[in-house]
Ligand binder design. Structure first.
Ligand code: RB5
Length: 151
């Protein structure tokens, strides 16, 4: 399993801690698409880079972190095929996998501390998509993307 990770300047330290956590706990490869500098870095760049890596199959799933998790998730969700959830608690992270088949997770370095972030990551990584009755809605999301392309 390969996880793409991306962040802006606000989330450098949390990105490093979460990357190490995932590698140590799960043995997954974590590929860094974010900044490692405290210089201002615009979150859409990292959001789009991780999203493209997920859609192309370069990585299996993506995690993105900015101050709130909002801006970077908005960027990721602009990429066709991405379903990115912004979470500040584990319940939504888990359900977003089970029901919405999210392929990206976002959270905010100014919103959650490292231990809560790890709980969110654990919930999200452990969640299995349930398919079945949920698939019709996932297909409808893809239909929206198709309609937008034809505008
Ligand atoms: C950067 O100041 C901040 O706007 C960004 O990290 C993020 O919170 C945006 O959604």
């Amino acid at each position: 399993m390969k996880i793409g990770i991306g962040n802006d300047h606000v989330a450098v330290e949390l990105k490093k801690e979460i990357s190490a956590y995932i590698t140590e706990k799960y043995g997954y490869e974590v590929v860094n698409y974010g900044t490692d500098s405290s210089e201002r870095f615009n979150y859409p760049v990292a959001g789009e880079a991780v999203a493209n890596a997920v859609v192309s199959g370069e990585v299996d799933k993506g995690i993105v972190i900015c101050g709130t998790g909002v801006g970077i998730s908005l960027a990721a969700n602009k990429v066709n095929g991405i379903r990115c959830v912004t979470c500040s608690e584990p319940y939504s992270a888990l359900l977003s996998r089970q029901h919405n088949n999210t392929n990206m997770l976002a959270f905010g370095a100014r919103v959650v501390g490292p231990e809560l972030a790890k709980m969110i990551v654990d919930a999200w990584l452990s969640g299995e998509y349930e398919g079945g009755r949920h698939q019709v809605r996932i297909d409808m999301l893809a239909d929206i993307e198709e309609r937008q392309k034809n505008k």
